[in-house]
Design a binder for this molecule. Structure first.
Ligand code: SF4
Ligand SMILES: [Zn+2]
Length: 309
């Protein structure tokens, strides 16, 4: 089971990033729990690398190695917002943990709060173990409401410990209870085909179980992510037979099943899923169907394709 040093050993080079410019930003739409479509400005902030080293993570590629300098995050938010339209919600994703003060300096909080005051919701990423009073204080100072996106990944008892995430189900439950009782919304990132789960049926089953667990913890939104390789160690695990890429069929199946719970929002990450394509004739249509289901939260008729079964 690879540890931090082995995970780092197989890394490829980082991307060249600029600490005054977010490495990406975009405008997107998502439904809320009432079915209204909300517009979202999503900013992918360039910040210090996450202090955790999860086995499947490739987010370190767009990070810097030293603590984020004071004021850099504010410059990045200004840069993106000057180029984005008005929106209802904002995501400030920093390839790590928003409440890690080496990634987002405490002294930048007032400037961030000022810049997001027109948004009714501010969504950030944070590890369950880093959710504490600082999140509550930040939420209390926002004009809108805070939502924290936490990686739950999988509840499979043998797989979760192998992801090097330093998380167990009790940690997640405790964090979710704390956030919920302080009026902070939550979303969970859930993996389809984490490393060390290589049977398609089992992968579908455990993704669904994980969605169920997240909803039971009070999470209002589950985002299902097909696990991809590309961080170095994942390619090794694939060669060793410890990781198989998910199929588009499996992603469609978990999405349909998770929507049936009707316990909250379910999204599938349809960004960069070309690696799931096994048929060029129907892939785009099937991807469009996933995007429509993300927006409508309803099951659409499956796409039939005469080129494959
Ligand atoms: S906590 Fe999130 S950002 Fe950090 S290494 Fe794990 S998956 Fe990556
Ligand atoms: Zn096809």
């Amino acid at each position: 089971m690879p540890d931090n040093s082995e995970i780092e050993k197989f890394r490829t080079a980082r991307n060249i990033v600029n600490q005054d410019i977010p490495f990406h930003f975009l405008h997107e739409e998502e439904p809320d729990l009432e079915g209204n479509i909300q517009s979202i400005n999503t900013i992918f902030l360039t910040s210090k690398e996450c202090s955790f080293k999860c086995l499947m993570c490739d987010l370190w590629k767009n990070t810097i190695e030293c603590p984020t300098p004071k004021g850099a995050i504010l410059k990045q938010i200004d840069y993106a917002l000057n180029r984005l339209p008005d929106s209802n919600l904002i995501k400030l994703y920093n390839s790590g943990n928003f409440f890690d003060q080496k990634s987002i300096p405490l002294s930048d909080y007032p400037g961030i709060i000022e810049r997001v005051k027109s948004y009714k919701k501010v969504i950030v990423e944070n590890h369950a173990k880093l959710c504490g009073q600082v999140c509550v204080d930040f939420n209390n100072q926002l004009n809108g409401k805070l939502e924290i996106a936490m990686g739950l990944e999988t509840i499979h008892p043998d797989v979760l410990p192998k992801l090097n995430k330093q998380l167990n189900l009790e940690d997640f439950r405790v964090a979710a209870h704390f956030l919920k009782s302080n009026g902070i919304d939550m979303r969970a990132f859930i993996l389809l085909n984490p490393p060390y789960l290589t049977d398609e049926k089992e992968n579908i089953e455990w993704t669904i179980k994980t969605v169920q667990f997240a909803f039971d913890c009070g999470v209002r939104c589950c985002s299902i992510i097909p696990t991809r390789s590309g961080n170095g160690i994942m390619e090794i695990l694939q060669k060793q037979g410890h990781y198989i890429p998910p199929t588009l069929n499996a992603l469609e199946e978990v999405f349909e099943k998770a929507l049936e719970f009707k316990k909250g929002l379910v999204f599938v990450d349809s960004w960069d899923i070309d690696f799931l394509s096994s048929c060029s004739h129907c892939f785009e249509e099937r991807k469009a169907r996933l995007n429509q289901m993300n927006l409508s939260q309803k099951r659409y008729q499956p796409i039939t394709c005469s080129y494959h079964q």
